[in-house]
Design a binder for this molecule. Structure first.
Ligand code: ATP
Ligand code: MG
Length: 311
């Protein structure tokens, strides 16, 4: 790329860093001093119920946004479907979790280096295997995954559509769940469906809703308020608003170029919207949330997967 193109991009990245850094460091400092062996990684599962509403796009771009703010990010692609994270990043994973489960590789050997230092773990068929793993194999895998604790600040988990036991288990195990919906009634109904399951399976779940492809913030807020109201009235469950991302045609072009929007078009409306969300909502641990790192995540995951079904 020539200088006139690179220069503005570098300026935007520097500006993003400048905006977000103080918040991020505030968050990290609020949890320091970090004693040796203390847990710090925050685990976030992104889900939706309905397919195609923007989970993978959010995970990829959120990862870049956090990485540009100096955070270490690992993505676990727990989607068995077709629109996987590697497509968005334009990479071809040679290995996946299955190779760790079979004992042939260590976790750092299957991690793929993405842009901005992001690391990606392809779940592949390994994700489906998790539910059925014998205790001995599960222990070995989880021993490997524990190594990630000191390697990252965020573990972002992209799930497939639907409400399979696998998806629900990854939600129940995480510190925080981001439920994505669009303004379409079917997407809202499915978002409500997944919130309903989570509220009954693990009432202490921290669920944040992000409304994607909105025409305006008012539009997004109205959808969020409707969801929050029914969740409160019918489930007695509080959800949180993560914010709204506008409809953005650049998103489609970015996917076609297999480059995350945050790099493809950093000033586009959706990229700017996401940066705003990160700078306002990610600078400290959300209320009522005591992150217990990857170790806590893994111990919950073992519990929920044992016997092949969620609790
Ligand atoms: N804010 C947006 N504006 C315009 N298009 C968007 C936006 N967010 C996502 N899209 C488009 O929606 C499509 C689906 O997005 P994505 O693959 O991220 O959804 P998903 O929820 O991960 O789907 P799946 O359930 O199949 O895994 C993509 O083509 C993407 O470009
Ligand atoms: Mg997806």
């Amino acid at each position: 790329m020539s200088d006139p193109i690179i220069k503005p991009i570098e300026a935007i990245i520097a500006e993003t860093r400048r905006q977000i850094h103080p918040y991020v460091f505030k968050r990290l400092e609020s949890r320091t001093p970090r004693k040796a062996g203390a847990k710090i990684a925050r685990t976030i599962t992104v889900t939706s119920g309905k397919g195609g509403v923007g989970k993978t796009s959010l995970v990829a771009n959120l990862a870049i946004c956090l990485a540009q703010a100096g955070q270490r990010v690992i993505i676990l692609d727990a989607d068995l479907g077709l629109a996987n994270i590697d497509v968005v990043f334009g990479i071809r994973p040679k290995y996946n979790l299955m190779d760790v489960i079979s004992g042939e590789m260590n976790i750092d050997e299957v991690m793929i280096q993405g842009p901005n230092g992001i690391q990606i773990i392809a779940g592949g068929s390994g994700v489906a295997e998790l539910a059925e793993l014998e205790a001995e194999k599960a222990r070995k895998l989880f021993d490997q995954l524990k190594f990630l604790e000191d390697k990252t600040d965020y573990l972002l988990i992209d799930t497939g559509a639907g409400i399979s036991d696998g998806v629900i288990s990854f939600c129940q195990a995480a510190d925080q769940i981001i439920v994505i919906t669009t303004t379409e009634p079917t997407a809202m109904a499915d978002a409500y469906g997944i919130i309903k399951i989570l509220s009954s399976r693990r009432p202490e779940s921290h669920v944040s809703v992000m409304v994607n492809r909105v025409d305006s913030d008012e539009d997004g807020n109205e959808i969020y308020q409707r969801l929050a109201k029914v969740a409160k009235e019918f489930l007695g469950f509080d959800i949180h608003s993560l914010g709204f991302i506008p409809q953005d045609r650049q998103m489609h072009l970015a996917v076609r170029q297999q480059t995350p929007l945050m790099l493809f078009s950093p000033m586009s409306p959706a990229a700017s919207g996401l940066r705003r969300i990160v700078s306002t909502s990610f600078h400290e641990l959300p209320e009522n949330l005591n992150g217990d790192g990857i170790e806590g995540f893994l111990s919950r995951l073992t519990r929920f997967f044992k016997g092949g079904s969620a609790q």
